[in-house]
Design a protein around this ligand. Sequence first.
Ligand code: NOJ
Ligand code: NOJ
Length: 527
Amino acid sequence: MILISLVLVAYAVLYAIAYALPQQRFLATSQVLLEENLNDKTFEPLETWLDKEQHVALYKLLANVAPGGRNVRNAAAGSVIASPSKEHPNYYYQWVRDAAITAATIVDVYANNSTTMQAGKLSHFLDTYSSLSYRIQHTDNPSGTFHDLSGLGEPKFHADGSAYTESWGRPQRDGPALRALTLMQYLQAYNASHPGLWAPNGDNWFRPLYNAAMPPDSVIKADLEYISHYWSRSGFDVWEEVDGLHFFTLMVTRRALRKGARIAAAFGDNGAARWYDFQAGEVDLFLRKFWDAEKKHLVATLESSRSGLDCSLLLGGLHGTDGDAEDHDTTFAPFSDEILVSLLALSFDQEDRFPINSVRFSLNRNGRNEEPRQLRGVGIGRYPEDVYNGYGNSPNGGNPWFLCTSASAQVLYLTASHLTMARNLTLSELNAPFYTSLLPTVSFSAGMTFSADDDIFQQVVGRLKDVADEYLAVVKRHADVEGSLSEQFDRVTGYERGAFDLTWSYGAFLQAFWARQRLLELNEGLE
Ligand code: NOJ
Ligand code: NOJ
C-alpha cells in the first residue's frame, strides 16, 4: 500500500516536472524543450511506457540475433551483432561480451517459459550460439590460437564468424567468463525442462557444452580452463581502452569459476571442480584490492590514473553475482555497501557533468548544494573521464549511456528486493552516506538498525524503488517514439547518438524491468 502511494507521488512529481518545463524556458536549453514538447511519451505514465517497452526491447533485441533476426540476414547462425549500424560507427560485428550478455537475456526468457512455441525458437538460437562459440574458440586470431587457449581472449569477430585482424584492444578476458556463464545457465535451464535427459552416461545433449575431457573439447570447459589459467594476467577492460586488471572482468571470472566448479562436480569431473573452486577463492581475495579506502568507493582498474568511478562497477556487481542462495560469493553484490556507495559517487558525478541532468533537476530542487545531497535518477555514462561520443573522440567529453542508466536502476531494484527479504537494515560507517542521500530527512548513523515493520525501513524500500524508477524515466525520456535505444544520448540535447539499436541497451533495459517486476511481486506477496 505504502509502495503504491509512493508510486503515485512519484508520478505526480514526474508530471509536475514535465508541465513545469515550458514556464522555465530561461533555465533549459531550447533543444531540451523541443524534445519535451515533440515527444508525446513524455506525458505517458512510466508504468504504461514500461509495459510497452518490454515487448519492444525484446523484439528489437531478437532482430539482432541470427538465425531469424531481420537485421542480421547474412550473419552466421548463432551470432549476435552489437548493432545493425555498418558505418558511423561500424558495430556490425560480434563482440564476445555483447553476444554473451545478450544470449544470457535470451536464456532468461527461455527459462521462464520453456514450453511455448517461442521457447523452441529461443532454444534453437541458443544451440546455434553454442556451436558458433565452439567454432569461434577454434578460430586462430590476433590474440592467439586454441592450442594454448590464448585465442579465447579475442574480443570480436566478423558477423560470418571469421577473425577480425585489424588492430584492437586485445585480449579482453571478460568474454570467455561471460560466455561460460551464459552457457552454464542455458544448460541448467534446459536440464530443468528436460529432466529425463540427465543421466551420467545417458543422452549426449550436454556433451558439446560440458565434457571432462582434456585438452578441452567442449565450449564451457574450454572457457573455464582459459579463465582459471589466465585471470591474473592483464588485459583490456570492458570498454576496450585500458590494459590492466579490472573489477568487472574479475567479478565475472569469480562467478564463472564458482558456477563452473558446481557443474564440473555434477559431471563427476571432481579434480576440475576443486581447481575451479580454488581459483575462484583466489580471485575473490584479489577482488578486495578494488576497494579504495581513501576514496571510499570501488575502483574499476588497479593502478589507473582515472578516478575509478565507473559504470562497470555496477555491471560487475550485476553480472558477477547470482541471486541464487547457493552462491556463496556475495561480496560486491549489487546490494552490497561497496556497490551502493560507488553508485552514489558515480551518480553525483554524472548529474553534475551532463547538462541534461542538471537542467532537469535544478527546476524542482532547493538548490543543488543542499546538505545532505539527495540521490536522483539521472542519465549515467561509462565513467567521468570518458571522451568517446559514439562516433569518435570529442573534446567535450562523453555522454550518458542507456545501458549504464538501466544498470543503475537495476541495482536499486535488487537492493529493495534484498532488503525486503532480509527484513532488516543495519547502518554502518560505510553505508550511512548512501542511505542518508536516499532519505535525507532521517539522521542515519552507524549502528542503527531497522526491522521490516519500522516506518523508516519502509520508506527506504519505497525510495529505492522511486529512484530506480527515476533512472528508467530517463531511459524513457531519451528513447525515440518507437522505443528504440541507441548506445548513448547526447549530454546537451538529449537526443540519441552512437550506434543505433544497440543490442546491449535492450538487454540492460529488460534486466532492469524484470528486477522491477520481481520487486513489485515480492511486495504484493507481503501485503
Ligand atoms: C572507442 C571506445 O571508447 C571503445 O569503447 C569502443 O569499443 C571503440 N572506440 C570502438 O567503437
Ligand atoms: C563499445 C563498448 O565500450 C564495448 O563495451 C562494447 O563491447 C562495444 N562498444 C560493442 O557494443
